[in-house]
Write a protein that binds this ligand. Structure first.
Ligand code: NAD
Ligand code: TYD
Length: 371
């Protein structure tokens, strides 16, 4: 167990952040200060059980706040930063990129500036050991064809406003290391799934729509491929990098689970048929549906939809001995069971602006059958 060091986590109330904070406060033994603006993507229920934990502190605030962020560095004197706060949904970035530029680009810049000032004032071991870990995505590399993998050598080629904003933030992080020597590390991970993911993302959306008897909207022909990693495996990779890597490094992170979207949706339906048989679920029984797969509908494609993502994790395995531990089918079952057991969390996440946003902004994805 490492010594109980204080670290600053941004975006700790989001999907990956919630899982990471639990890992760091729990077996990691860290004292965690979680800075989160509580946007629509955060759920106050996610970390409610940690509220009184002696090694957890929550600060509601924005990473773009040029007074608050430096004050937090001063007050808590963190041994490092895990920077996760971001706007993360590609579909939202297509409707408007304003918040993505604000948070992902300007917010990251504000974090870097505050970290640089703070780190410049450190000395000795504290200065030598400080790390700014920037959590990014494989989407910055653009789209693969049928072959090949993303690695640390892949050139950046972002295609969506979301990935462009994340690419910009990665470049700022890299530049702060190169220019000022700020000890930074970047990780670019593939698609995560698991507990606490906001219901607008593919896997929870399919699970929750299915259980409510709503259509399962597969974009385009469903042939797009994503490389899935169970969120807790990603969090362990992040901890491993923070504790063992040296400044200036970058790692791509993935678990080698490539799936076509349509195959994944069918798999979710098969598991649900088994775990929550349609005959026992009111909205399905009412309509006489025998399988959740009957809800699948192909809809208008996402504009600029990247075809395939896939990761070659050889570097992080070779250098740091990290490997994903959770198989895809096992992780998917765990995820389905988690959502079934946490309907209060789902209700909270889906309340407020989420429903209105779906109504207002998803018109461009009119069902193909209706065209
Ligand atoms: P999320 O959308 O679930 O959560 C984002 C969190 O950041 C929320 O709690 C939100 O309140 C907070 N936040 C947003 N804007 C903020 C601001 N201006 N100031 C402070 N807090 C703010 O995101 P996630 O899926 O957990 O992703 C976390 C990070 O990991 C992101 O940087 C994302 O790019 C990266 N990532 C995500 C995936 C994935 O599959 N989800 C894969 C690779 C990398
Ligand atoms: P998503 O979870 O939005 O992640 P990302 O776009 O960052 O990869 O989507 C994963 C894949 O699922 C992506 O190819 C788009 C597709 N998708 C659908 O087919 N239907 C949906 O309703 C959603 C949300 C996504």
């Amino acid at each position: 167990m490492p010594e109980k060091r204080t670290v600053l986590v941004t975006g700790g109330c989001g999907f990956i952040g919630t899982n990471l904070v639990r890992l760091l406060v729990g077996s990691g033994g860290y004292h965690v200060v979680n800075l989160d603006a509580l946007t629509y993507a955060a759920n106050p229920l996610s970390l409610v059980d940690l509220a009184d934990h002696p090694r957890y502190e929550f600060v509601k605030g924005n990473i773009t706040d040029r007074h608050l962020v430096p004050a937090l560095f001063e007050k808590y004197q963190p041994a490092g930063v895990f920077h996760l706060a971001a706007e993360t949904h590609v579909d939202r970035s297509i409707v408007s990129a304003d918040d993505f530029v604000q948070t992902n680009v300007i917010g990251t810049y504000s974090m870097l500036e505050a970290a640089r000032t703070y780190w410049s004032g450190l000395s000795g071991e504290r200065r030598n050991k400080f790390l700014f870990l920037h959590i990014s995505t494989d989407e910055v590399f653009g789209s693969l064809g049928e072959d090949g993998y993303f690695s640390e050598e892949t050139p950046y080629a972002p295609n969506s406003p979301y990935s462009a904003s994340k690419a910009a933030s990665d470049h700022f992080v890299r530049a702060y290391h190169h220019t000022y020597g700020l000890p930074t590390i970047i990780t670019n991970c593939s698609n995560n799934y698991g507990p606490y993911q906001f219901p607008e993302k593919m896997i929870p959306l399919m699970i929750l729509n299915a259980l409510s008897g709503k259509p399962l909207p597969v974009y385009g022909d469903g042939s797009n491929v994503r490389d899935w990693i169970y969120v807790k495996d990603h969090c362990k990779a992040i901890q491993r990098v923070f504790e063992n890597s040296k400044a200036g490094e970058a790692y791509v992170v993935g678990a080698g689970n490539e799936r076509r979207n349509i195959d994944l949706v069918r798999q979710i339906c098969d598991f649900l048929d088994e775990i929550a048989p349609p005959a026992e679920i009111h909205p399905l029984r009412e309509r006489g549906l025998k399988s959740y797969a009957e809800l699948i509908q192909f809809v208008e494609d996402r504009p600029g939809h990247d075809h395939r993502y896939a990761i070659d994790s050889a570097k992080i395995t070779r250098q740091l001995g990290w490997q994903a531990e959770v198989g895809f089918e096992a992780g998917l079952r765990l995820t389905i069971e988690w959502y079934l057991s946490n309907l209060e969390w789902v209700k909270q996440a889906s309340s407020g602006s989420y429903g209105e946003w779906i109504e207002k902004n998803y018109a461009w994805r009119a069902l193909k059958e209706k065209k």
